[in-house]
Design a protein around this ligand. Sequence first.
Ligand SMILES: C[S@@+](CC[C@H](N)C(=O)[O-])C[C@H]1O[C@@H](n2cnc3c(N)ncnc32)[C@H](O)[C@@H]1O
Length: 261
Amino acid sequence: MNNFHGVVNSLYLQKAAEIFLPIKQLTYERMHIIPGATLLDVGCGPGIDVNALSKLTGGAGEVIGIDHDHAMLKNAAQFCESNLRNNKFEFIHGTANELPFKNHYFDACRSERLFMHLKYPERALFEMHRVTKQGGIVVVADTDWSSLSIDTEHPETEQILSNYRITQVLNNGYSGRNLYRLFRQTGFSNIAVEVMPICLTDYNLFNFLSMQQSVEDQALASQSIQESTLKHWRENLKQFADNNCFYCCVNIVVVSGEKSC
Ligand SMILES: C[S@@+](CC[C@H](N)C(=O)[O-])C[C@H]1O[C@@H](n2cnc3c(N)ncnc32)[C@H](O)[C@@H]1O
């Protein structure tokens, strides 16, 4: 089950991109991009990263974004067409489980906040490894949802909702903390793990970025939480927000690895 499917849209991802900019930049650095490089962004969303990657190749490279959402790809193409005049870029409809490229094609591949949605993450990483050249780099960034920490007077409710998100809403809720193991099992060498926290003190922004309200509504509908418990939780966070003291933090895990020669 993945109850976020179809909920995330381009507008959401453009807003999120501002918050995730340092993470995006770290993934670009780890890709070791040189002018003229051939690059792939899996689960490319509205094309923000294809746009940035294309500029980093000096316009001389070839950058491809792939996503399974047609509407997202349409927005991505419009965004990049208006930003990248002479650069070579392409958006392709497809799934991370079966990348439509030949072996050893890309100098580097990346993926950001995709793996949490995948039923078969090991298949997607195998595919990214397959289409990367020997000596090339694969970088995956994903949220470690088990690290989500919200300041609340109801930590037991926090646990219920967190477990519900990880096990019922997301297909692969533990993706962030599993990534290192996945890279090892796929056979990468020179694997590096970096963790970047995202801290928010704006309750509305937290709700927007984490889709917390949707998780809470689904937990209620499935009777995983009682209405009165949820009411107390919401009142408490609203009170903290009204007093300008809302706080939460979650880790983003960035794993990079080299395809052995
Ligand atoms: C949270 S968004 C992140 C988008 C982009 N990486 C970014 O950072 O802005 C996840 C994206 O993955 C895409 N996606 C989800 N499952 C996919 C799959 N199995 N194959 C390809 N794309 C997928 C969604 O359509 C969405 O655009």
